[in-house]
Design a protein around this ligand. Structure first.
Ligand SMILES: [Zn+2]
Length: 312
């Protein structure tokens, strides 16, 4: 990252934050205190049409503001899934939405008439959890977002790690089960083939012969159902196996769990902490906590990125 990050916006500034997911595009205009002045969401159209939907959603929120408030908008940030080249402003690839090498250039800035940053959705959400959420004031933190897939961020000794492609923390694609399931990435037995929300639900359904559509159901049953507890323990064992390498390498003091599965609370954090305790002999077992922003981590990350100007 050679380019100098832009300075923070002024205290009176409003910012537009947008989080583009595989199914929904969400956006908010907020002030310095986090108060939301306008908010909206639209379904994500497939392919490059998604960019028109982003522009239109931004327009509609900006139109809701008074002229005085509209003039307070100093910057926007748009978070995209997949691979994002934030320096050259290119949406490199998204398998979920279906775009490849879309040059964003100035299309947002031209339309909204404010500087617009783009970045990777999980990177911004994880950075927000580290700097302003559950990882606040901690120097070495893994944030892991568990939903349809599993990925996250890594901060080491007070620095947010961006890695070679501007991204780091692909915890979900660490192979941990050599006789496991084929992962969509092409490897066998990746962490997310066992521990993603969808695969927790699927494994429980297979083991019990009952229908189970969501991991939340498995966690809800874990107090009374030993099968549910066993499926959760397997999932957290796989995640712990995947994390042991990075834990030995950088000694995180805290692991923050976010994403859809984080609603499970202590049933999730206790299971992961137990699995880590069973594995770690040389390095201390990190604390495990639930993210502070919950399912809003993406929108919070977008607003905070717009406000601060860089993930740093
Ligand atoms: Zn994989």
């Amino acid at each position: 990252m050679s380019s100098k990050p832009p300075a923070a916006v002024s205290e009176r500034a409003l910012v537009l934050g947008m989080d583009v997911g595989g199914t929904t595009i969400k956006a908010e205009i907020s002030d310095d205190a986090g108060t939301v002045l306008a908010a909206g969401a639209v379904p994500t159209p497939p392919g490059e049409a998604a960019f028109d939907a982003m522009l239109d959603l931004g327009d509609s929120l900006l139109d809701e503001l008074s002229a005085a408030d509209r003039s307070r908008i100093e910057r926007a940030a748009v978070l995209l899934p997949g691979l994002v080249d934030s320096v050259r402003s290119i949406a490199v690839f998204s398998s979920n939405v279906g775009w490849r090498n879309v040059t964003i250039g100035s299309r947002f800035t031209d339309r909204w008439q404010v500087p617009v940053l783009i970045d990777h959705d999980v990177a911004a959400a994880g950075w927000a959890e580290w700097r302003f959420g559950a990882g606040r004031d901690r120097d070495t933190v893994c944030v892991i977002v568990i939903g349809t897939g599993i990925s996250g961020t890594l901060s080491v000794a007070g620095k947010f790690v961006r890695g070679a492609l501007g991204q780091a923390g692909e915890y979900g694609h660490i192979p941990v089960r050599h006789d496991g399931m084929l992962c969509p990435c092409g490897n066998i037995g990746c962490v997310e083939t066992v521990a993603s929300a969808a695969n927790i639900a699927r494994t429980y359904a297979l083991r019990t012969g009952t229908e189970c559509r969501s991991a939340a159901t498995v966690f809800a049953r874990s107090d009374t159902d030993p099968q549910a507890r066993a499926v959760i323990a397997d999932a957290m064992d796989a995640l712990a196996d995947g994390l042991t390498g990075v834990i030995h390498a950088v000694c995180p003091e805290l692991i923050v769990l976010g994403g859809g599965l984080a609603g499970a609370g202590a049933a999730l954090t206790d299971a992961l902490h137990q699995a880590l305790t069973a594995r770690l002999r040389v390095v201390p077992v990190p604390e495990v906590a639930i993210g502070a922003f919950g399912p809003r981590a993406g929108l919070a990350g977008a607003a905070l990125l717009a406000r601060h100007g860089a993930l740093s």
